[in-house]
Write a protein that binds this ligand. Structure first.
Ligand code: SF4
Length: 339
């Protein structure tokens, strides 16, 4: 086990109350595993990522990295953890210093952590450029001379420069064209296999994570509402919100495409979230119980009525036939097996 988050919370004081950005999140990450945190913008997934890296301080809860509680470590003892836990950001351009040559950008973390001599660091820069599919001469160039996909490769090279164990990937492909997304996802998977990396992979849609994750945690308004193995989650989503996210993925079958209803309404404000189940204001299956009592996460799902939910397409596709139900299940299963 490389990472364990236990009842992690981050509350911000705001005019009108307390913003519960993250509100009691627990998960584990095994060595070499990819856990995806998925949810709409504002659900707390990026805040969770920053808590895990202790880039911000938690309001409550604990993060253990390789068995050590890093939430209570004094700042002067965080350096070894900072080397072993790195981040790849969503917007590579914003995260690269425009005035630094790419070679210096990749070398900088090695300098900060005192890894090797200057000559060894420069040699390592060349290795890293090759690893992420860039050429040696790219070390002399500046960030603005690269495409979005290339800049993300530079961000990945910089994260790997200090030989981390954990890489938090914060929406690493969201800003890229679809064709480039696949290349970056494949690169991340390849590097994971070579170096045994563990990934906490943040994404706002399930389409990307189905190619990347081993397990998926779906977040809604600061809480995990479903956590399951990827194949299980895609074949049998048990929370209405997970189903809605799945329904938003473009379907491979033209007969089903466009017939699924997207999730209606906006994410409520995390400032005074709805009582009871936080999803009840958008859930087609909400009952009085849902409005009154918050469901606990039990056996990987937080829903009072998960056992009674109708088949996926009946719920979100306006009543498709039996055949369509079976086909939909087959596609979900095939997608799981392919990945
Ligand atoms: Fe919907 Fe109720 Fe389940 Fe919440 S607990 S997801 S409102 S059915």
């Amino acid at each position: 086990m490389i990472l364990r988050a236990e009842n992690l919370a981050k509350h911000f004081a705001a005019p009108g109350g307390l913003v519960r950005a993250v509100d009691g999140v627990s998960f584990t990450l095994a060595r070499g595993e990819t856990l995806a945190l998925v949810g709409e913008s504002g659900c707390g997934k990026s805040t969770t990522a920053r808590l895990v890296l202790r880039l911000i301080e938690p309001s409550a809860g604990q993060v253990a990295f390789d068995g050590e509680d890093i939430t209570t470590l004094p700042p002067n003892r965080l350096k070894p953890f900072r080397r072993r836990a790195q981040i790849v950001f969503q917007d590579p351009y914003a995260s690269l210093n425009p005035r630094l040559r790419v070679g210096d950008t990749i070398q900088e973390p090695m300098r900060v952590h005192g890894l090797g001599s200057a000559a060894e660091q420069r040699a390592r820069v060349q290795e890293l450029l090759a690893l992420v599919g860039l050429a040696p001469f790219h070390a002399q160039r500046y960030p603005h001379e690269f495409s979005g996909g290339q800049r993300q490769r530079i961000g990945i090279a910089r994260a790997l420069a200090v030989q981390p164990d954990l890489v938090v990937c914060d929406e690493p492909v969201s800003a890229l064209d679809v064709s480039i997304q696949a290349q970056v996802v494949n690169l991340l998977k390849d590097l994971q296999q070579r170096f045994g990396l563990s990934y906490l992979f943040i994404a706002h849609d399930l389409g990307v994570v189905k190619h990347m994750a081993d397990r998926v945690a779906v977040m809604y308004l600061g809480k995990i509402v479903e956590l399951a193995e990827k194949r299980t989650l895609f074949a049998n989503p048990r929370h209405p919100y997970t189903r809605a996210l799945l329904a938003a993925i473009p379907h491979p079958d033209p007969a089903l495409r466009g017939r699924v209803k997207p999730l209606g309404g906006d994410l409520p404000s995390p400032l005074n979230p709805p009582p009871g189940c936080r999803f009840h204001t958008r859930c087609a299956f909400a009952t009085e119980l849902c409005r009154r009592e918050e469901p606990a996460l039990v056996d990987g799902v937080a829903c009072h009525h998960t056992a009674e939910l109708p088949p996926l397409d009946m719920a979100y596709a306006g009543g498709l036939s039996e055949t369509a139900t079976r086909r939909l299940a087959r596609y979900a299963q095939a997608a799981g097996q392919r990945n």
